[in-house]
Design a protein around this ligand. Structure first.
Ligand code: PRX
Length: 690
């Protein structure tokens, strides 16, 4: 077998199979593979029936069409451009109404929607469905009073506080398009996204603690607004949540004074407003804007292999049905008894679909966690699970691997018996981490769901179902309802049975993206041009002899560092902005905790010497221009880069050098092979000086 998944998987581990535990099966929405197959078949052959039945649980101002030709319309063939995906055209609804009003009207007003758990264990709170609805109505009125209309883009840059959920649902309620930017991004990244979306309204918070570190969100946002304005995009209204003063431990008096002073110096009357001041006078009633099924709900930026982030655009009704259904089935949600916790930040798609929309549409009670699994120490997750009796837990392989370092006894003092389903997302999970999750966290009593999906797909597309699937550690197993994957070879030929290649999708499911905001051509080119007739995810996959699907990772110039997808081109373009750097190439290297780390090669301009200072400057530039999470682990000097005769950088060779693999394969097309030896010796020099 070829090595893949960074060599973690062997024939031996591929044959391990885990049956769903009885305690999960008895209450499951899908109790076995026969039931799964029946439901799956209907979802593919009669999508209007399958999704139409699900749609009945929701409120529609104008009903969904019932014949297939109106229910699902699409074109996946670039030669018959434009690519088009439409679901339930003609119907009208509002996702916020379905997530809140519908639940309150069903008598669930007093049910807890979120337990809010702060970074500091002393900070906690909770909000019911009724309270959340009132806050959302008030904020909808605030936005309307500021002149925000249906279709306007609202940028949101916030920590994991309930106001973030309120802001996004208020946008949905009035038909505005939210564009959430993860609170770990730099001012430059936020400015680019404000600019691209043409957002005139920005919602932020003053700051947040991540562990012991204070992140000055407002300062970063103020700088971003200036940068966006310089490029012609004025933010006319900025609304800021005053979060720090309400914390039990907001920081030393001195630090807070300094923080207040910095807020005052950047504050622009007229543009900047405090959230609590606007909310004080807002009314708690608001009639939702009824929107068409295909009206846009939100955009969310994801890395593109050409460097510029893409604004992935999702529409309303299909996304609503898909996040609700994937949440219900992938976690086997039990509304009466479950407490669900997804550790992802709402700034990523996982947070959109599985912190906010999916859970609320299912009237779930969730934990909304502001902190990190390592503060005050590595026991934080176990403390929260036992305190709130969490039954469904969803996190990333990188977090699991980091926690594994603290040994298998760490969970012993905690009662984790409430757990039933453990989910993972964001990158391939190595079988060792899977098994640790299963035996140490799940105590052998839980189903593991390794959910494969993307920002673009809106929700899980390949995933086990907790009560049905016999799982294999490291495999995302089988397609979700409505999803038809194929594995293709380089020529686009379908691989039947066992084999490895590109994973593509033959028909749309309701929750998939509709376009790249403002650039439909890029949408078609990125996802539909290599294999006409298919959506291409950009990942490789293998199907084993039992039909299980194993995602093998990206096959384009992207890398996945701690579950954050990044393009090598984006990092390279920052490196070459340094006045002394002539050229740069970035490749991923395997990393035990992060999955992949960044390894950069930089060529100095003629006559300039690469120094430790330059290395530090480059790291700072990446932190400031992209985000701290994009900081490379290695930057090595490259007096010359391996290139083909036509001048194309041979990344395949660079990957080998970064990994200290001397067998470079066929390098006959390399213009100057002497660079290789120099690169190996510079690599050693770099490691010696570390
Ligand atoms: O490479 C796949 C990997 O993450 C990519 C999507 O990243 P992003 O859009 O940021 O969304 C992350 C959260 C859904 C995919 O193209 N990926 C995600 N989940 C898995 C995965 N790779 C393997 N197994 C997974 N479960």
């Amino acid at each position: 077998m070829t090595t893949f998944l960074y060599g973690y998987v062997s024939e031996l581990t591929m044959s391990d199979v885990y049956s769903p535990p009885d305690r999960v099966v008895v209450e499951s929405h899908c109790k076995g593979m026969d039931e799964y197959k029946k439901m799956y078949d209907e979802s593919i052959k009669q999508p209007h029936k399958f999704w139409g039945n699900i749609a009945e649980q929701f409120f529609w101002k104008t009903p969904v069409p019932d014949d297939l030709s109106e229910f699902m319309k699409y074109n996946f063939n670039v030669s018959e451009s434009p690519i088009k995906i439409e679901w339930m055209c003609g119907a009208q609804t509002n996702i916020c109404y379905n997530a809140l009003d519908r639940n309150v009207e069903a008598g669930l007003g007093d049910k807890i929607a979120f337990y809010w758990v702060g970074n500091d264990p002393a900070d906690k709170g909770q909000i019911t469905y009724r309270e959340l609805l009132a806050e959302v109505c008030k904020f909808s009125n605030v936005l309307v009073n500021l002149g925000v209309k249906k279709g306007d883009r609202v940028a949101i840059y916030m920590p994991m506080v309930t106001e973030l959920v309120v802001a996004m649902l208020a946008c949905a309620r009035i038909g505005a398009v939210h564009s959430i930017v993860f609170g770990g991004y730099s001012a430059d990244s936020l400015a680019t996204r404000i600019l691209d979306a043409g957002a005139r309204v920005l919602v932020t918070a003053d700051g947040v603690y991540r562990g012991t570190k204070l992140i000055k969100l407002l300062q970063i946002a103020t700088a971003a607004m200036e940068k966006a304005a310089e490029q012609g995009q004025e933010v006319s209204h900025h609304i800021c949540v005053s979060h720090l003063p309400r914390l039990v431990n907001p920081g030393t008096e001195e630090a807070m004074q300094e923080h207040t002073a910095s807020i005052e110096s950047g504050w622009k009357t007229g543009r900047d407003n405090w959230w609590h001041e606007l909310m004080r006078d807002a009314l708690p009633d608001h009639t939702p804007e009824w929107v068409d099924s295909e009206d846009p709900l939100f955009m969310l930026y994801t890395s593109g292999s050409t460097g510029k982030p893409k604004g992935v655009l999702h529409s309303t009704a299909g996304y609503m049905l898909y996040t609700a259904t994937t949440f219900k089935h992938s976690f086997d949600h039990q509304p009466e008894t479950d407490v669900y916790w997804c550790t992802a930040d709402i700034g990523w798609i996982t947070g959109h679909s599985y912190v906010t929309y999916g859970p609320l549409l299912n009237s779930a009670t969730s934990v909304l966690f502001e902190g990190t699994p390592f503060y005050p120490d590595h026991r934080r997750c176990w403390e929260i699970i036992s305190e709130y009796k969490v039954s469904k837990f969803y996190t990333a392989p990188t977090a699991i691997r980091s926690l594994m370092k603290f040994g298998s006894d760490q969970t012993k003092p905690y009662d984790l018996s409430s757990l039933k389903v453990l989910g993972t997302v964001g990158e391939p999970i190595n079988p060792e981490a899977w098994q640790w999750y299963h035996s140490v966290v799940g105590q052998g009593q839980c189903s593991i769901t390794d959910t494969y999906w993307q920002t673009e797909t809106g929700g899980h597309i390949i995933t086990p179902l907790p009560g049905a699937t016999h799982t294999k550690p490291g495999s995302a197993c089988f397609p979700f309802f409505g999803v038809v994957p194929e594995i293709l070879d380089e020529e686009g030929k379908v691989i039947e049975g066992e084999g490895e290649g590109y994973i593509v999708f033959k028909q749309p499911w309701p929750g998939m993206m509709r376009t790249v905001y403002g650039d439909h051509e890029r949408f078609e080119k990125t996802y539909f041009s290599k294999f006409p007739g298919y959506y291409m995810s950009g990942d490789g996959a293998k199907r084993d002899k039992d039909g299980y699907i194993w995602i093998t990772g990206r096959i384009d110039d992207m890398l996945n560092c701690s579950g954050h997808l990044m393009s090598t081109a984006q990092i390279e373009s920052v490196l070459v902005e340094h006045s002394l750097v002539a050229e740069a190439a970035v490749v991923p290297i395997p990393h035990l905790i992060k999955g992949e780390a960044l390894y950069c090669f930089v060529t100095m301009i003629d006559g300039e010497v690469y120094t430790k200072e330059i290395r530090d400057q480059l790291k700072t530039m990446i932190r400031e221009k992209i985000a701290p999470f994009a900081t490379p682990d290695y930057i090595q000097e490259a007096p010359g880069l391996p290139k083909t005769r036509s001048g194309k950088i041979m990344r395949r060779v660079l990957k080998k050098i970064a990994n200290d693999e001397t067998d470079l394969g066929d390098i006959s097309t390399m213009a100057d092979s002497t660079v290789v030896e120099v690169l190996f010796s510079k690599r050693q020099e770099m490691l010696d000086s570390k």
